[in-house]
Design a protein around this ligand. Structure first.
Ligand code: CO
Length: 214
């Protein structure tokens, strides 16, 4: 049986080097996790959340899936957000997309991919919504993909902001900022897309929940 022994060897070296730099590091982390940031990013192997932010394990609560989507039908993602907001009391949620995302490109190409077509359906909807602007503003295929990567992040900020758990937290005065970022695999740099949400009023009226008793 193949045991991927090289990974255990590199793990041992990594743990030893951390221990040398900071002998209490693992003892401290073992007690509890207290991250104040939730990262929602793409499952792409080239976008490891804490590593690209230059942070150590324990600094961010992380959820990753194909094309960094927040879907109302995804119990996994919704549970992560619920735990982060209600138990960890994170102050910031970062949705981080990346340029050249294969999931986003799949929504533009519309090739048959089986189950993945279901998963990226929300991106196809975003593409449809902005189709005219993307076609007129972007010439190259790569540009179109990258623009849709940005628009997809914006859409997820709205999806997160509209979640009952998030609106409830805001209604109770909990401090919670939703950020939209994008990462370039070509140069390793993060960019803030400048779209933030930190209160119910940032949502379109039709999505705002009512928390006053009738
Ligand atoms: Co991706």
């Amino acid at each position: 049986m193949k045991t991927l022994s090289h990974l255990f060897e590199s793990n041992k070296k990594w743990a030893e080097s951390i221990h040398q730099q900071d002998p209490d590091f693992f003892k401290r982390l073992a007690k509890q996790q207290t991250p104040k940031i939730l990262w929602i990013g793409c499952a792409d192997s080239r976008v490891p959340a804490t590593q690209i932010c230059g942070l150590d394990p324990g600094a961010m609560f992380v959820h990753r899936n194909i094309a960094n989507l927040v879907s109302y039908r995804d119990l996994n993602c919704l549970s992560v957000i619920d735990y982060a907001v209600n138990f960890l009391k994170v102050t910031d949620i970062i949705v981080c997309g990346h340029y050249g995302c294969g999931g986003v490109e799949g929504a533009i190409n519309q090739n048959y991919l089986g189950l993945i077509n279901h998963w990226i359906h929300d991106i196809s909807e975003t593409y449809e919504r902005h189709h005219h602007d993307i076609q007129t503003q972007c010439k190259e295929h790569k540009e179109k993909v990258n623009r849709l990567c940005e628009l997809n992040v914006e859409r997820q900020i709205e999806n997160i902001s509209a979640l009952p758990v998030v609106q409830k937290a805001w209604s109770e005065g909990q401090k919670l900022n939703i950020h939209g970022w994008i990462y370039s695999i070509e140069n390793g740099l993060l960019k803030d897309l400048g779209h933030q949400s930190d209160k119910i009023a940032d949502l379109p009226k039709a999505l705002q929940l009512n928390f006053t008793n009738p």
